[in-house]
Write a protein that binds this ligand. Sequence first.
Ligand code: ADP
Length: 301
Amino acid sequence: DVVVVGSVNRDLVIEVDALPAPGETVRGGPAVRLGGGKGANQAVAVARLGRSVALVGAVGTDGDSEALRAELAAEAGDVGRLAAVDGPPGHAVVLVDRRAENCIVVSPGANARVGVAAVEAAGALRTAAAVVVAQLEIPAAAVVAAARLARGTFVLNPAPAPSSAAELPQELWSLVDVLVPNRGELARLCGVAEASLAGAELARSAAGLPCERVVVTLGAEGALVRDGEQVELIPAPAVRAADTTGAGDTFCGALAVGLAEGRTLTEAARFAVRAAAVSVTRTGARTAMPTRAQLAAGSAG
Ligand code: ADP
């Protein structure tokens, strides 16, 4: 139903009292090893919501790569399309201080070697019913290959954001059916300050992108949907936020599920706003992602 083409990371998260300055060594709490990567996280979000998902990407050849593969098989299902390339898998080293400010280093590892051939070998992309979702933690050529092959709806989460819209291949813009940036990513794509993206300016920027259908995620404010001439703000339900890590990935996964089920873009975004709201009430990126049953039972939205 859904094909995710994207990154797989091993996250190493350490809490510190204060983030270290250059040259400084600080003592932190226990090192927590988690599965991460936007591609893997979005695939898990889809699986939690009860749709079948295939993940196309790459891990390395070390023991931890096998562990990542096994974790994903348990959490998301079809990881048969994860190539094993020489060397380490992608890593993210995350330092978080007491105020939840963070500092992150991403080492792409195997993600940098997701190739066009591997994407082309993923037959599921050619299924007309499939929603194909990609992000930008793998080479642009692989993302373009996925967009070219996708027979169903192609959704791009432009994260991490390029420094301008022009930095993405022109061909990719012509192939994106739905673009899902957060406010910061939209700001970079439009070359404006993030703080200026509110109210009418926000709608104007979304309308200025070379893509007819755009969903901008707005944190606690919800999401803005632009579907051609139609623009609608979908407010997020008020929740007690415990940890917003992974909210965007939950949103993208849930949006893909909604589209795969034949909902309109606005309906799918409403569904995604509800799923992401549940995810922020719980800690962890993947552990916080709701199941369909939890979403139905929850009061959110
Ligand atoms: P990212 O995680 O990429 O920074 P956002 O912060 O925009 O993305 O969050 C993604 C989505 O998660 C939002 O569109 C919203 O639906 C939901 N969300 C995030 N923070 C909150 C919050 N404090 N309360 C309710 N929903 C939230």
